[in-house]
Design a protein around this ligand. Structure first.
Ligand code: BT5
Length: 259
């Protein structure tokens, strides 16, 4: 039972047991694993894991609540796709993380970067960034593993343990998602990975509300597909089909609900 919360020795062993070849850096608390990655600036495959973050980050300047019970990590990797297709790294990692979380509870992908429960509650967010030299990718992953509660404004958040009614082993989950991502990246069959992404996509064939960043308004439409770059294909209510990139839009349910 003592091995359940994230700890360096148990995580190291779990990584070895799954044959994960990644240097491990472990923090009880940090501002953000992105800050640790910038300080480290390594060109080797590495896992930076923290039990808490005081300034966890999301996309588009948003923050990530990073209290005790969650898993906060950056996986540093060489991109396994060509430079002009880097956005596919988020889709590849979402597939890997979904595989790992699915070992505990049913879950789906919410485009582009969330893993949500079967009821559409957010269990995990993924944010990928290139390092300053542009040669290693930092996959930032926040997972609500054993979190007991969330700030009141996070109406759509839940944790794996709240769903299961029991605590899960954070070291095993961390090692297993690392193993899944490294496996997918070692021989990426992008066509197959995107098929798996699409099969797990909660937005597919649903009406969605598109909330454009920087206050550029909202529109509704039907989500019909993703393209070979991981962009979301939506036929808007005005009849126009558009391919949307993750930097420009957030997707909600048509009544403003999370999915
Ligand atoms: C994300 O952004 O979902 C990416 C989150 C990545 C977090 C990891 S933790 C390790 C690494 N180091 C970091 O500093 N960050 C990465 P986005 O799609 O923008 O979602 C952010 C939104 O999710 C917020 O505006 C809140 O509404 C909501 N949110 C914040 N914390 C949450 C949590 N713990 N669980 C569920 N929802 C949350």
């Amino acid at each position: 039972m003592n091995d359940y919360p994230l700890n360096k020795a148990a995580l190291k062993k779990a990584l070895q047991d799954m044959d994960c070849k990644a240097d491990l850096y472990f923090f009880e608390e940090t501002t953000s694993t992105f800050d640790e990655a910038a300080r480290l600036n390594t060109k080797d495959t590495a896992l930076i894991a923290a039990k808490r973050q005081t300034m966890g980050r999301g996309r588009l300047g948003r923050s990530w609540q990073s209290d005790k019970g969650g898993i906060y990590l950056s996986l540093i990797l060489k991109p396994c796709v060509p430079k002009e297709k880097l956005q596919l790294m988020t889709s590849i990692c979402a597939v890997g993380v979904r595989r790992a979380i699915a070992q505990y509870t049913e879950c789906m992908i919410k485009w582009p970067n969330d893993i949500v429960s079967a009821e559409g509650k957010k269990l995990c967010g993924i944010l990928t960034r290139l390092d300053s030299q542009g040669d290693m990718i930092n996959v930032g992953i926040g997972i609500n593993a054993n979190n007991e509660d969330f700030d009141a404004e996070l109406k759509y958040a839940s944790s794996i343990s709240l769903i299961l009614g029991r605590k899960i082993n954070e070291n095993a989950l961390t090692a297993s998602l690392t193993a899944e991502i490294l496996k997918l990246c070692s021989k990426p069959d992008i066509g197959k990975i995107l098929d798996e992404y699409k099969a797990g996509l909660i937005n597919l064939n649903k009406r969605v509300r598109l909330v454009y960043s920087a206050g550029r308004g909202e529109e509704c439409g039907l989500c019909t597909d993703i393209d070979d770059m991981g962009a979301l294909i939506v036929t808007k209510d005005d009849g126009l089909a558009v391919a949307l990139g993750s930097g420009e839009v957030s997707v909600r349910g048509v009544y403003g609900e999370y999915v």
